[in-house]
Design a binder for this molecule. Sequence first.
Ligand code: AMP
Ligand code: ZN
Length: 463
Amino acid sequence: MLKLFNTLSRSKEVFTPIEDGKVRMYCCGPTVYNFQHIGNFRTFIFEDILRRTLDYNGFDVTHVMNITDVGHLVSDEDTGEDKMELSAKKTGKSVWDVSRFYTAEFLKDSSELNIISPTFLPKATDYIQDQIEMVKSLEIKGFTYKTSDGIYYDTSKIEDYGKLAKLDIKGLSKGHRVEFNSEKKNATDFALWKFSPENSNRQMEWESPWGKGFPGWHIECSAMSKKLLGDHFDILCGGIDHIPVHHSNELAQSEISNGEKFVNYWIHGEFLLLNEEKMSKSTGDFLTLKVLKNRGFTAMDYRYFLLNAHYKKKLKFSMEAMEGAKAGLANLKGKLNKITPENPDNTSNEIIEFYRDKFLEKINDDLNMPEALAVAWELIKDESIEPWIRRATLLDLDKVLGLRLGEIDEAEVIPEEITSLANERLEAKKNKDFKRSDELRNTIKEKGYSVLDNASGFEIKKL
Ligand code: AMP
Ligand code: ZN
């Protein structure tokens, strides 16, 4: 039985899909004006664990992640420049090139991090007409008003606006959580359609019943989820920063436009912190996967680092913690890959199911990744189980962990030349030719490896 913490009810709930055996899930994706940092990927990996957990439980999952390539302004509210247009201006590229470049980078990193591709990956700019239709439906129902810079949603028209974030609407004075916009009727009102500025040209703009312009940031998710998943679906997720603004607004638009409950389970992941603060693109203080790789870590080392924390807890990033994760993963893979993969006849499913159930119990308890990982460790160390059964079971659990445990990294394969030098060194030591053995140790080191003596001869490690 899968239980998930639902932000809407602020409690852990048993997950029951709308349609038996099927799950429809929407994840708010990246704004492609810059590289996605490893903080963003903390959210995408928690969503990937959720996706994999649903798959592992046997659900047929339709998973949508959007690419935001228009409308997300510098402030999460409706002020400032469009992040995409600003990035294009800074780099001298077209906004479409910026979008293509960062989308490709995002997909490359996602694939290295072993994030399963969503069923649909819609771009906001491919669904402009659907967004216009949704704004029209809100207008017909009387929930919009016009200002000099756009069409806005009047949040005072719905009783329960802010129910997701438990916003104190009365306490939010006009302009309190937004940069001041004197034409807004209420502090929480938000743009559905923004007009192109009269005195400057935007690269991305479209005709609409209200004039030339571009959609507000939130309407894309409401329109694309409606198109791809229907009016009412199971899960919507993202990072916790989406709760008070983006998700509260998606909910408000969709429930009025669709005329029914929007989403059953709202799942949010906590932040990755750098120097005690949220890792953030806007402050510029962020690390990418590429930086980690330049420091000698693999994408899987980062994934393993994340699995050691519950997705609902803040997580501090540090290179020391990454070192620990790297060693932990190498150890786990080392134990697994020592076992030869061939599968003799006398396998017993009983034991596999015992660990599989134990693992499921943890991961189904609101994705308790650290405890699920602990089960994987317990299993690999359990010498009462035949090694090949341990191996097969751990590889099965890895369908959820996504650590590519069965793959041996190129870097882990010690070149023959190094092994033969190490053998030569061992011979020299046996012959008490310590000068030669020291020389060989240095040659091995120069080639990027260290050799350690142990009871069975030696162990070689990549430096
Ligand atoms: P963005 O590209 O800014 O729209 O962000 C993409 C996703 O990353 C959103 O779900 C954010 O909530 C999430 N996110 C942003 N910063 C962090 C962080 N430091 N830690 C975890 N998730 C984050
Ligand atoms: Zn969204």
